[in-house]
Design a protein around this ligand. Structure first.
Ligand SMILES: CC(=O)SCCNC(=O)CCNC(=O)[C@H](O)C(C)(C)COP(=O)(O)OP(=O)(O)OC[C@H]1O[C@@H](n2cnc3c(N)ncnc32)[C@H](O)[C@@H]1OP(=O)(O)O
Ligand SMILES: CC(C)C(=O)C(=O)O
Length: 516
């Protein structure tokens, strides 16, 4: 018997970007789309083209550049203007998909749309019919399906399939349902939509009650053949079902679910790290599949078992998701060939200029660190990916701090107008450093969040700092990497400022005027 293939519809770039605080730039979305294509997802939802010129540009770029792999989808409300925007943004896509939606629950129809059931039904049908004039592949979503009347849902799905929808999506928009209830809904739809054999059933689950993955899997058990999900579970509020968990559940329990995906699981960890870096959202250490502790064994009994046979306590192998067991890889005496080889083994295909630039960074790191681990190398590559045009570049820093003195920091920043230098005191070394940077750039910076963690272990571990700053109600993240946590923090702060200036412009009080 053939095992059904479940389509993975990735919405990291659309619903994932609805994660509070996340704002990805066009080139960052393209970088993620390239990683998703390598991961072999079936559909990339690249954005909501009518939402903003940036979203439109991102969908257009992804449509133009990602070839020979996934379908590229653009979201559209049920209306001609939204659909026209999606059609235009998807013009260069090899396999364009228009994803149109309208809410079907009584509460959404009455209070949000202010439309009757009849009006919603007619609008949904019209939207699908209109979208079909431009593309063959049209998906229809009944927003808030899990809180909608089941018979009304069946009525609307029947109508949109007749109008030409080839996928009908059943979203649990507010993460309200439970696995057995959602599974029963999918079965009900299969049994009560007479033309369902002409469309694929998709689900899109949110994690408000922590059940998005369980709900998605229950839907698969009941006949859904497409799952919408996001890398690292990013998404509106508590997020979407996480791609890596669904894929690995199907992979690990294939005999139970009797279904598989086309995903190259060895690309999961790398894609997760890339998304985390570019979105500025750290992955919690205890996160399933991609968290730092997902394959770590702390207690003696477990370690004993794993030493004898890793299957005693590991249901998946780290290598299957692309986490290398290789401990020490390279050191200060390693050459360019070994470094390039290691990059390839880790799944990075980079041009020679980038490899040369990374090799210089690697040698600097190897001088400061006894052992360079795979994760250090991944971090270097991801840092390169997140490099933005720089208004300011940290060229020197000096910090003095202690338990009986006021911390003092001096920084020197390079700008296109020369060098600026400032010193400030603060409540601890990081505060002093941030204040010195603020004084050097010459304008007030609104710090929203700051975290620091070690990338690898040991006293000379690379520290990764993530800083969020705010401007015009938007948030911008910066990431810094160094064996010196103060330097990592300063780099992250300067990086976030550079990102902010690219969008909000350079304030008048700034001592910088040009772009490098
Ligand atoms: C469940 C989901 O995740 S859906 C996707 C949610 N994502 C987003 O909203 C992010 C991007 N959104 C945006 O940039 C903006 O909301 C826009 C550009 C889409 C619309 O902006 P605005 O025109 O200013 O409208 P606003 O967002 O305030 O209100 C939404 C309007 O769309 C209507 N609407 C909402 N959903 C739909 C739908 N699926 N089909 C048709 N109309 C809809 C609402 O009734 C409201 O109409 P009104 O302006 O006539 O009252
Ligand atoms: C547009 C739909 C699929 C959605 O994002 C939701 O209902 O959560």
């Amino acid at each position: 018997m053939d095992i059904p293939v479940i389509k993975i519809f990735d919405t990291t770039l659309r619903d994932g970007e609805q994660t509070p605080g996340v704002c990805l730039e066009v080139d960052e979305k393209l970088e993620i789309a390239q990683a998703l294509a390598k991961l072999r997802v079936d559909v990339i939802e690249a954005g909501f083209p009518i939402a903003s010129p940036g979203d439109f540009a991102a969908v257009s770029q992804v449509a133009a550049k990602i070839k020979g792999g996934p379908a590229i989808a653009g979201l559209a409300r049920a209306g001609q203007k939204d659909i026209d925007a999606a059609v235009n943004a998807l013009k260069q896509a090899e396999r364009p998909r228009i994803h149109t939606f309208i809410a079907t629950s009584d509460i959404h129809m009455e209070y949000k749309l202010k439309m009757s059931r009849e009006q919603v039904l007619a609008r949904a049908e019209e939207a699908v019919r209109y979208a079909r004039k431009f593309v063959e592949d049209v998906e229809f979503s009944a927003e808030d399906a899990s809180r909608s009347d089941w018979d009304f849902l069946c009525q609307i799905y029947t109508a949109v399939i007749d109008a030409g929808a080839s996928t009908i999506n059943v979203p649990d928009t507010v993460g309200y349902t439970s696995p057995s209830e959602f599974g029963a809904l999918i079965k009900y739809i299969r049994d009560h939509v007479p033309n369902i054999h002409r469309a694929a059933i998709s689900v899109h689950c949110h994690d408000d009650l922590g059940m998005s993955v369980a709900n998605s899997l229950a839907a698969i058990e009941n006949g859904a053949t497409q799952v919408e999900c996001a890398m690292n579970g990013l998404g509106e509020r508590a997020g979407n079902a996480s791609l890596e968990e669904i894929v690995m559940a199907l992979h690990t329990r294939k005999e139970f679910y009797k279904a598989e995906t086309r995903i190259d699981t060895t690309q999961i960890y790398r894609t997760s790290r890339l998304v985390s870096t570019l979105a500025g959202i750290s992955v919690p250490p205890n996160k399933a599949v991609v968290g730092e502790n997902a394959f770590a064994h702390e207690s003696g009994i477990h370690q004993h078992g794993v030493l004898n046979n890793s299957l005693t306590y590991e249901i998946m192998r780290p290598e299957t998701v692309g986490i290398s067991r290789n401990a020490i890889v390279l050191g200060k005496h390693s050459g360019r060939h070994a470094f390039e080889d290691r990059l390839k083994e880790l799944g990075f295909e980079l041009d020679s200029d980038t490899v040369n630039m990374l090799f210089v960074r690697f040698k600097e790191l190897a001088d400061r660190k006894k052992m360079v681990f795979d994760r250090d190398i991944e971090a270097l590559v991801n840092e390169k990916v997140s490099l933005k045009p720089e208004w300011y570049r940290l060229s020197y820093h000096h910090v003095v701090s202690g338990n009986q003195m006021l911390a003092t920091a001096t920084v020197r920043l390079e700008t296109s107008n020369g060098v600026v230098e400032h010193a400030s005191c603060g409540d601890g070394p990081v505060d002093a450093m941030f204040k010195a940077i603020e004084a050097a750039v010459g304008f007030k910076v609104s710090l929203q969040d700051y975290t620091i963690k070690a990338v690898t272990s040991g006293e000379d571990a690379l520290g990764e700092a993530i800083v969020w700053v705010e401007c015009d109600d938007r948030s911008f993240s910066g990431r810094g990497l160094s064996t010196d946590v103060i330097e990592a923090s300063a780099k992250a702060y300067v990086g976030a400022i550079n990102k902010m200036l690219a969008v909000c412009g350079v304030p008048e009080t700034s001592n910088e005027t040009g772009i490098r």
